[in-house]
Design a protein around this ligand. Structure first.
Ligand code: FES
Ligand SMILES: [Fe+2]
Length: 334
């Protein structure tokens, strides 16, 4: 069991292939569906370079579109969340409604062949699952098939009752697979996360791969905010359980050597009385992941240097790495 060929992390030609074979064909987590609870609310996101948005229309329907103007291809909405009645392109002011229809193309001039009905926004797919919002450009399966055994794994967790209370976004200079390799193993905990290591029973750390997801568990010691279960789902999202809540994240490549991770934190109790406890859970979580970014950036540089060739993976701790890397190899047909 060998680590993936470092060329697949540092060759810029690989990301366009991953975009075609992984990111456009799978459901991508956009976070809590509460972001688009009200009519006119939207969330705009980058999916491995593809710009998309999901909006709740005046009729209450959720719809998704490419965030690409049909005129000359400008970006319509800035990434993030917001509210709009209509969507006005910032470039030449074409206006689309919340069903994607082109309403007006001001100052366009007379062209008998131009019919606004021919130029609606390009739709994408949208799905909800237990309070979470997903989008897909050309999904090869439905969302529940992609989620696989995760559905049973979380059946007893009341995840849709949690309120999304905070979000965060981190950008770092490493390939998205370097970070994913890191997320799906606990082998690095003794070396990289000293406080976290002291807070779990590391000898009992277990990693198992299932259809669609990887589960990592370890009994927490007293006082740790984590519940001792961390999940990673194909191809690029995570869910970690806290006492009375959870976080989710999406690991998104911005370039072959640059990755963003978008977090949402959810809690059962979002009252004022527990605000400081929530803040310390979020800070504790981000402190742990910050330790990972440093090691990932340094690892990526070593892959870039040509000074690394694939080493062996631990059968005890790196089954998840192996599972993820095999899925990537399958997608890329390498
Ligand atoms: S690109 Fe949008 S109006 Fe021209
Ligand atoms: Fe880590």
């Amino acid at each position: 069991m060998l680590n993936l060929d470092p060329a697949l992390y540092v060759d810029p030609a690989v990301l366009p292939r991953e975009r075609d074979t992984i990111f456009t064909r799978t459901w991508q987590l956009l976070g809590p569906v509460s972001q688009v609870k009200d009519r006119g609310q939207y969330v705009a996101a980058d999916l491995a370079g593809a710009k998309v948005f999901v909006v709740r229309g005046r009729d209450g329907q959720l719809r998704g579109f490419r965030n690409v103007c049909r005129h000359r291809g400008a970006k319509l909405l800035e990434e993030g969340t917001g509210r709009c009645a209509t969507i006005r392109c910032p470039y030449h002011q074409w206006v689309f409604d919340d069903t994607g229809r082109l309403v007006t193309a001001p100052w366009f001039g007379d062209d008998p062949d131009f019919n606004p009905a021919d130029w609606p926004l390009e739709p994408i797919h949208v799905a909800e699952w237990r309070g979470l919002l997903f989008a897909a450009i050309s999904p090869e399966t439905d969302l529940t098939t992609q989620l696989g055994e995760l559905i049973a794994e979380l059946a007893d967790e009341p995840i849709e009752t949690y309120q999304a209370a905070a979000t965060d976004r981190v950008v770092f200079d490493a390939n998205w697979k370097v970070y994913t390799d890191n997320f799906v193993e606990g082998y690095h905990i003794p070396g990289v996360h000293h406080a976290f290591f002291a807070a779990i029973e590391f000898e009992q750390f277990k990693t198992t791969a299932h259809k669609g997801f990887i589960r990592m568990t370890a009994p927490p010691r007293d006082g740790l905010f984590y519940r001792g279960k961390w999940l990673w789902m194909w191809p690029n999202w995570t869910l970690s359980l806290f006492e009375g809540g959870m976080n989710t994240s999406r690991i998104n490549p911005l370039a072959f050597d640059r990755t963003e991770q978008i977090y949402h934190f959810y809690f059962a109790d979002t009252s004022e009385a527990t605000a400081s406890k929530r803040a310390s859970t979020i800070a504790g979580n981000l402190a742990v992941v910050r330790e990972d970014y440093e090691v990932c950036v340094a690892t990526h540089k070593n892959y870039m240097s040509g000074g690394y060739s694939s080493g062996p993976l631990s059968p005890r701790h790196e089954q998840g790495v192996h599972y993820f890397q095999n899925k990537v190899k399958e997608a890329l047909a390498v």
